[in-house]
Design a protein around this ligand. Sequence first.
Ligand code: NAD
Length: 242
Amino acid sequence: MTDWSHRRIAVTGAGGGIGAEISAGLARLGAQVIALDLHQPVGLPASVRTGVLDVTSEQAVTDLVHKLYDSDTTAVDLVNCAGIVENDIAAEDMSTAQFDAVLSVNLRGVFLCCREFGRQLLARGGGSIVNISSMSGNHVVNHPQRQCAYNTSKAGVSALTRSLAAEWGASGVRVNAVAPGYVDTPLNSLKPDKHERWLADTVLGRFAQPAEVFGAVRYLLSDEASFCCGTELLIDGGFSLR
Ligand SMILES: NC(=O)c1ccc[n+]([C@@H]2O[C@H](COP(=O)([O-])OP(=O)(O)OC[C@H]3O[C@@H](n4cnc5c(N)ncnc54)[C@H](O)[C@@H]3O)[C@@H](O)[C@H]2O)c1
């Protein structure tokens, strides 16, 4: 069984629906959680350490990782949960800046955090990283859901996860991903007109709750997942069975 009390785990995007649930859930298990977001995360259990981190800033990510190891050399595992989505922009109308903005948070940010946290884990002989990808990296719906930057970024997160897993697995650093379907969070509140269609497309006929994503993250972080290397757990309520 996993001894969570010896684990330090950083969560990005911890002010959002899924990231807050992951942070609170890990804290309830007894882990030392560092909850990070663009703005100071609020409403988390008192044991959670919070901080501001823009995952697109190489300097900020580097500084944060050094700060985490300043007075404590315990390895810090990582959950990359920060993410944004563009709202229904046709590809032919999407500006370069709009495309870059999504890729910058969802893919570059995941790479920067994996690299900086990963270097420290490699130096300590092991650790675990879980990236939140999405079913949208694989399943693109055509009714239409115009979000080519988001879909591309999430396919990138899946490929990055497998690439890092292959490079780092033998050194004891496990890199895995969780690919959620539609989850009941603020990310989806942008598109209320789409909800009826999404639920019709999902076999279970409902949104996932963030706690159902947390369960998969907890598993991949745990010692019970010690043979998972480049695994992506799809948590989509049967959406992909259509
Ligand atoms: N909600 C869904 O249906 C769903 C489905 C599949 C995947 N996901 C993924 O799950 C993750 C969490 O999404 P959510 O539903 O909780 O969304 P959310 O909007 O509730 O939370 C996302 C969080 O990311 C933070 N963030 C944005 N840019 C950032 C940056 N530059 N640096 C640091 N933090 C930043 C936001 O401030 C926000 O708190 C995202 O990666 C998202 O793509 C969500």
